[in-house]
Write a protein that binds this ligand. Sequence first.
Ligand SMILES: Cc1ncc(COP(=O)(O)O)c(C=O)c1O
Length: 401
Amino acid sequence: MDYVYGPGRNHLFVPGPVNIPEQVLRAMNRNNEDYRSPAVPALTKTLLEDVQKIFKTSSGTPFLIPTTGTGAWESALTNTLSPGDRIVSFLIGQFSLLWIDQQQRLNFNVDVVESEWGQGANLEILASKIAADKEHTIKAICIVHNETATGVTNNLATVRKILDHYQHPALFLVDGVSSICALDFRMDEWGIDVALTGSQKALSLPTGMGIVCASPKALEASKTAKSVRVFFDWNDYLKFYKLGTYWPYTPSIQLLYGLKAALDLIFEEGLDNVIARHARLGQATRLAVEAWGLKNCTQKEEWYSDTVTAVVVPSYIDSSEIVRRAWKRYNLSLGLGLNKVAGKVFRIGHLGHLNELQLLGCLAGVEMVLKDVGYPVKLGSGVAAASAYLQNSTPFIPSRI
Ligand SMILES: Cc1ncc(COP(=O)(O)O)c(C=O)c1O
């Protein structure tokens, strides 16, 4: 039996798509509208201004593209680079692997810097490559800020420092799919040229909108980049931006109103409070994992991710069985281990519109499943460690106190 009806809610703890807040669901529950009426451009203008805030940029130009994270990748690459361009890209898990595959299929010359899964991007190798590249043959650095498959967060400020130190002009392209709106992300301060995310992650929207933000340098590069692009051509958007009508093709009206509601919620809480909330939920999850006597797939504290934790299971347990049983028995959706770590890890997503008690419910569910599959866990041990920490650290909704 593959599907079992269960009363109550599904506990969605995959690292995206994530839960959609009621306010967003209600905002999206509406009819279609004529996107050429004056109302939709007015809404779009506000959205573009608000979106800049979540990237922490004042000079970046945002594009709201009907696509997913994968399309946003393609938009970033094809608008700024030409076939044959040398790019340095870091392979640290399934999503960086998929981006590299796309880079290769788009005919870039990809210089892959590989690390063991569970480690962050090797920035020492980056420094040596940049130092050696006196001729500036490297045209771009591509990095996944938060590798969702292993729960590893890379240090973007260090990438910028390396480029600045050697006064290297390479473009800095960042996948922020499981970081933007949840982790500290500073497009302008870190000199990021293209940053991107997908609506179904920390923004807590349905899937279907890729949000890409281009620096003035990236826009300049797009004028000479020779990669073939049609649907993802920024220029088509820019023409309509100038006209004040904004849309080269039909946007999803429902997603636009959903985005407005999602951003309103984020600004009401305060972006930095949202980021602090993710830090607390991430830490609570890690404390639970420790209390269970299990290991975090992330090998060093400096790479710990506050949006997803990949938990390593003992070799006598198949982590896919944990995910399967969690869903079937407890209506709890956990993330599978992907590719190299399939069967070895399961993932707890703790991003998006989420609070402490929801997370504790998930942790209680994980404990029960662990026991079911024969792992000697003390029921309540992870919940106790996480709740003690949460209760004693500063809460994230000051207005409720
Ligand atoms: C870090 C990262 N990048 C890119 C993607 C691909 O996004 P999508 O599945 O929306 O195309 C994902 C998906 O989970 C992701 O986690």
